[in-house]
Ligand binder design. Structure first.
Ligand SMILES: Nc1ncnc2c1ncn2[C@@H]1O[C@H](COP(=O)(O)OP(=O)(O)OP(=O)(O)O)[C@@H](O)[C@H]1O
Ligand SMILES: [Mg+2]
Length: 458
């Protein structure tokens, strides 16, 4: 949230009499407050819509010769709708207790009789400002607690060559404020990368707040991002903090970014460009400072070509792009991850399991992992639960092709097809490194090259 200066509170003073406005302005200025003056309800509303105030000090009567306070009460109702947390203190010269009570019922926090006593006025004002800040802190904390899992840096295993560009990029841009688009198939660890980026940034004292763009209607999603004020729509019974506000000074992780409804993409673009937005139902512009990380497992460029995703928004999001390779391309990481998950689950389920036997290891290396790291994670958990002995066997893993229709059966293939298939798999496992694939296949590099040419695999 932007306030002009963190230590100077801004008070809106509303009275139709210029001399009263002026004496209040002087009093408050001497006490270190910043003031803005309004002479009518209309001026109050336009001031409130233009910027944020810490409190409002207002008269209840505006038209000459009226003493009913009706205009003031109506204004009070409007202010309540705009921001129910804003403390309003009312003043009235023809003080009738009834009017004061009515004002308090309408939402005023306190009242003053004219002529006021300076000390009392200042004490009421300070109390109300403090109360509001405490309230805001409380609701912010509450919202944060709901969203945060107490986690610092996640485990990220990435020793394979295929993962080196990812590791390098995280080290280089993690500490910056650059927006990052994280791409990769399902379960490749996009969220792990987002958490790691946040953990190595200078924003760790603040949360990483996640918003999943999938499955929410445009209206709900807008409230989710930007919040709303009470009365913004029928069900908006209270003010609601948006995720941008909660993530202020921290990191916002927009997961499944291509699901952001098209008509919201412009609003998202604006806050990314200017750091400004409004809560639903309010025209009060707020400022935030968030670093945005986004993730998707679909081809976002295709979404742009199809006209479903704004190109200008993509350019804002992908200042840096981190692409996660599929697990089947990560060679050595498969072993490391399998052993990591084995330790985690053996510990959790209190099972004494030493490792994988040769058959299990082989089936781990040969499986194509369409569900990537998440699939591996689940497979090991299941195997740990099922395994009767001290070693995990291939049968405990029970890895089946995810899509049996597409599975290749050696029996149905020609020798050439088998050879081509084997070469492809081996290359994928060694991240396209021809020397290593040749080694693994027991071929010389040139022999492998000849075959690559023959099968048009180059
Ligand atoms: N490099 C890694 N090291 C250790 N664990 C990992 C790694 N990558 C992913 N995981 C684990 O695999 C699981 C899936 O990872 P994550 O949720 O980050 O994937 P994702 O790409 O966001 O998946 P989806 O596309 O389905 O949202 C998590 O349990 C995560 O902890
Ligand atoms: Mg994810």
């Amino acid at each position: 949230m932007k306030t002009a200066s963190p230590n100077r509170h801004r008070v809106l003073v509303a009275d139709d009499q210029a001399d009263i406005r002026e004496s209040l302005r002087l009093l408050l200025k001497n006490e270190g407050f910043e003031t803005q003056l309004a002479a009518s309800p209309a001026e109050v509303l336009s001031a409130i819509e233009a910027r944020e105030f810490d409190a409002v000090l207002m008269d209840l009567n505006y038209s000459r010769d009226t003493t009913s306070g009706q205009e003031g009460l109506e204004l009070l109702t409007r202010l309540q709708t705009l921001d129910s947390t804003l403390p309003v203190i009312v003043m009235t010269a023809w003080s009738s207790l009834e009017l004061a009570v009515e004002a308090m019922r309408t939402g005023a926090r306190d009242f003053l009789q004219k002529p006021w006593e300076n000390a009392r006025l200042l004490s009421i004002l300070r109390t109300q400002i403090d109360l509001r800040q405490a309230l805001r802190r409380a609701s912010r904390l509450e919202a944060e607690n709901r969203l945060l899992s107490v986690e610092s840096r996640p485990t990220m295993i990435a020793e394979s060559e295929a993962m080196q560009p990812v590791v390098d990029l995280i080290a280089r841009i993690g500490p910056s404020d650059a927006n990052v688009l994280i791409t990769g198939e399902h379960g490749t660890g996009k969220e792990v990368v987002a958490r790691t980026l946040h953990a190595v940034s200078g924003r760790t004292s603040r949360p990483m707040v996640t918003v999943n763009a999938g499955g929410l209607s445009a209206g709900v999603f807008e409230s989710e991002l930007f919040g709303h004020v009470k009365g913004a729509f029928t069900d908006a019974r209270t003010d609601r903090l948006g995720r941008f506000e909660i993530a202020d000074a921290g990191t916002l992780f927009l997961d499944e970014i291509t699901n952001v409804p098209f008509n919201l993409q412009a609003k998202l673009l604006r806050v990314l460009e200017t750091g400004e937005y409004e809560r639903g139902g309010s025209s009060n512009t707020r400022g935030v400072n968030v670093r945005v990380l986004a993730a998707t497992n679909v081809d976002i460029n295709m979404e742009v070509s199809a006209g479903r995703f704004r190109e200008d928004l993509l350019f804002r999001l992908n200042t840096i792009e981190i692409h996660l390779p599929a697990l089947r391309e990560r060679g050595v990481d498969i072993d490391l991850l399998a052993n990591h998950f084995l330790r985690v689950y053996a510990d959790r389920y209190r099972k004494k399991i030493a490792g994988f036997d040769a058959g299990a290891m082989q089936s781990l290396r040969e499986h194509s992992w369409p569900g990537n790291v998440r699939e591996l994670d689940h497979a090991i958990e299941r195997a740990v639960l099922l395994s009767p002995g001290s070693m995990i066997r291939a049968s405990d893993l029970a890895l089946r092709p995810a899509n049996p229709g597409a599975a290749l059966r050696l029996e149905d293939m020609s020798l050439e097809e088998v050879e081509k298939h084997l070469i492809q798999r081996t290359l994928a496992r060694h991240s396209g490194n021809v020397s290593r694939a040749a080694d693994a296949l027991g071929l010389s590099r040139s022999a492998l090259y000849r075959r690559l040419e023959k099968f048009s695999l180059e």
